[in-house]
Structure formats: C-alpha cells, structure tokens
Design a binder for this molecule. Structure first.
Ligand code: SF4
Length: 259
C-alpha cells in the first residue's frame, strides 16, 4: 500500500514539474541530455514522441531521493543567504565561521536558455563569490549529483583511475555556457557528489575547456537533426550501449545489440 501511494505521489510531482518547466517548450533540447544520445534527443525534441519506457517504481524512488537531497542542499543555501547576507551579522557573531557577511551569494534553480543552440535547462547552484572583490565577484557554478557508494568509491578512491563523467561534465558545461554569456565570465565549475549510502559529500572540479566541448556538441546535434533521425552509432547514438536499458524511448527506438 505505502509503495503504491508513494509511487502515485512521485508520478504527480513529476507531472507537475514537467508542466511547470517544459509544457509548450517541447522543441527545446534539455541541457540535462548533453552527451547522452543523439537519437534520444531527436525523439524527445524533434519528433516529440511519447516515451515508451517510463521509469519503474524503484527507479522513480531513486530519482525522488535525488530530488529531495537537491532540495535540502539548495534550501540550506537560501538559509545561508538569509542569515548571512540579509541580516547584518558581524564577524564576531559568526561563530560557525562559515564565511563573512556578503562574501557569498547563492542562486539556485536558475533557468538557462541558449537560443542559438535551442537548449534550455536549470542549473542547481550559482555562487557570486566576493571573497576577493565585492565589485567583481567570481562566478562559480555547481551541479549536485547523488550517486551510489560504488560510483562514489570509483570516483574518489585511489584504487580506481577515475574517468571523467562525460554526461555530468557536459551538462554542467551547458549551464556554464549560458552563465558565461549572462555574467560575461565564469570562473569555475564543480560537481558536488553526494553518496546516497553514507551521506559523504565531495567536490570535483570540471575544467573550463568543457565549455567549448559543450558548445561543439550542441552545434553538431542541431546540424545532425536537420538531416532527420540519426543512424545508430555507438559513441553518439547511443553514447554507451548500456544506456539504452535506461532510455525512455527504448521500444520506440529498437536499438540493435552493439557488441
Ligand atoms: S534506445 Fe539507445 S540508441 Fe535508442 S534513443 Fe535510447 S539511448 Fe539512444
């Protein structure tokens, strides 16, 4: 019973989110789709096909947990803004030593639009960091990623050689392109990883060179889609073969065995 009720609630929240963010704007590419699969982007934003493989109950709960953690962290930053920026607290009362007043100003869930690339999305966190200069704060961009213990260990223990998480890098860099255009600068991009099993958190820097990679990626997607549905091509359609198992257009697409 509880599982059913919770699942219905998650479906309701997802639909609410879709209506608020994407209804009437279906032909835009989603920034969160950066680097995944050109065919998937085509189905979603050019063909506007109905998804044939929606997430199952367990996958919905995993995503719901991620959304809840995002909200908690973002709420903490709004709390920070209210406490340390809106109130004139001086250094002596700042016992937690988080930062001095007016040094950090956080923005959360900001919409980005790249008209020339036909891409929309929402970044997680933008920080105006006035540590060195109040007049010219550094612009720092962050994306929160909730991951399993296995993925976390692969990323942060010396036992494994970490691979760049291409989709995480390219998604953040897509937001970065829009932020850079808006502010005239972008000084850093970081992923904040949250381990779902033991709540460890760690930051990973994303090199700024990914800005031009993301720009190139979306240009190629736009050009490719003017020619119609892309052919199967492991590396771009899809990026990795296992991704098809999680694709909401799996039955519509009918991919071959890639091995
Ligand atoms: S099933 Fe695979 S190839 Fe087809 S759209 Fe989805 S990810 Fe791309």
């Amino acid at each position: 019973m509880f599982e059913q009720i919770y699942h219905k609630y998650l479906l309701h929240k997802n639909e609410e989110n879709r209506k608020n963010r994407y209804e009437g704007k279906e032909s835009w590419y989603h920034a969160s789709g950066a680097s995944f699969c050109s065919r998937k982007l085509y189905f979603e934003s050019v063909e506007k096909a109905e998804p044939t493989n929606l997430p199952n109950k367990r996958s919905s709960r995993i995503m719901g947990l991620g959304t809840a953690i995002h909200k908690e962290i973002q709420d903490s930053l709004i709390y920070y803004n209210n406490i340390y920026n809106n109130n004139n607290i001086n250094k002596a009362t700042n016992k937690d030593n988080i930062a001095q007043c007016n040094i950090h100003n956080f923005h959360t869930e900001g919409e980005i639009v790249l008209e020339d690339l036909n891409v929309r999305g929402y970044y997680d966190i933008l920080l105006e960091d006035a540590t060195d200069s109040k007049d010219n704060p550094l612009i720092r961009l962050y994306d929160i990623k909730t991951i399993s213990n296995f993925a976390y260990r692969k990323k942060f223990t010396t036992k494994y050689i970490p691979e760049p998480s291409m989709s995480h890098y390219m998604q953040l860099a897509t937001y970065g392109l829009a932020v850079q255009r808006k502010f005239g600068t972008l000084d850093s991009m970081d992923l904040i990883y949250y381990n779902k099993d033991d709540s460890r958190m760690k930051k990973a820097n994303v090199p700024l060179e990914y800005l031009s990679k993301a720009h190139r990626y979306w240009k190629v997607i736009n050009e490719e889609h003017t020619k119609g549905l892309p052919m199967f091509n492991l590396g771009t359609s899809p990026y990795k073969d296992w991704m098809c198992n999680y694709c909401q257009f799996l039955d519509h697409c009918k991919p071959p065995q890639f091995k």
